[in-house]
Design a protein around this ligand. Sequence first.
Ligand code: ADP
Ligand code: MG
Length: 434
Amino acid sequence: MSASMLLDIHALRQTFPRADGGELLVLDGIELQLGQGQIVGLLGRTGSGKSTLLRSIAGLMPPSAGTVTYLGQPVVAPAPGIAMVFQGFALFPWLTVLENVQLGLEALGLPDAEIRKRALAAIDLIGLDGYESAYPRELSGGMRQRVGFARALVVHPNILLMDEPFSALDVLTAETLRTDFLELWGDGKLPIKGVILVTHNIEEAVLMCDRILLFSSNPGRIIREIGVDLKRPRNRLDPRFRDLVEEIYVAMTARRPVPPKAGISAGAVATSIDTILPRISANLLSGFIETLAAEPYSGKADLPVIAELLHMEADDLFPVSDALQMLHLVEIEGGDIKITDTGKQFVEAGTDDRKKIFQRQLLSYVPLAAHIRRVLQERANHVAPKSRFFDELEDHMSTEDAEVTLRSVTAWGRYAEAFAYDDDSQTFSLENPT
Ligand code: ADP
Ligand code: MG
């Protein structure tokens, strides 16, 4: 490992125990190097294992396999040279700003005067001067996150880990914090040598990072590495900036290869009974496809462009485009989203015909929906408890994902009138078995 290498991750794998005694593979084959002076971005959808990876780097969770090496030493416990900024600020409400920041230093066993001096310097650096004795509840979200930054920086870490640090803030506040951070970084004023930034925001990654690692989901793997060699400060309107954003959209919406077990024709979207379904209402799906069908898109749009116009972040847009693609109402290729013939029929149809089209697509292309319907048809009373399907799903995915998947298929099935669901008795039923 060269002297300028801060962090070296090799063949990292992370699994969690599953309800059925098996294991859920969350991260696989992760290779990551962080050199001095670099900001490396980890970009992927929700659930791709980004936070899990940060926890491994921070020494909060030993990897199931593989190694995390920090300055030539394996990380087995929290290392003093690695600090973290969280999305949710994680401040102590009963402590003042100064006390919250000092907390970061207490483990280091420095003299009181030194602790105070360093905390005040960090507070000053991050733009919180004058707020030393305020309590978190008196601060705006942006100011609270500045405290989060000050608390991480006060230890003068070599590596700063940031887990979606701007995503709980409103758009303008987030941009101000990004700009301030980049200015301090560019001027060499931050007491850190390298940064790992987790984000699901494509533009944020291109704005801030020297290198971006794109993650796939289920399991999380690095599918692509993209270098950003635009000079700073970067301009979002620069055509080269836009090209990179587009390139990442294309990579993140590229079709996953169909697993052989699914037995669907080549080119089809990979969906099987254990595919995690995005949590999207039938209303949002129809609203989106109507927008796509109407002017100015007339059935075809550039994903980043439509995202921008609908004020959606990639992470909000992907589940919608995934679901529509899964139902064969749209096609996605090269970062473009295009309505299919069935999609057009759906938009032009009245309410009842829409439901019929939706039902046909749902039962043809979402194996879980077809499975639920088949089970209901086979039962004499046409009723089955939710738990039956939940247990099946839990063998293949986390409890959380099983919940979301079942909730989505329920909402879609209800809209399509493919089956009914009763919340009180937690049972599925068939109203008109045919
Ligand atoms: P991201 O930060 O990219 O959204 P996470 O690292 O939070 O993703 O989660 C990745 C996957 O690991 C998810 O499917 C999540 O449900 C699962 N997961 C995370 N932590 C645990 C845990 N402690 N036990 C079981 N599953 C977990
Ligand atoms: Mg996360």
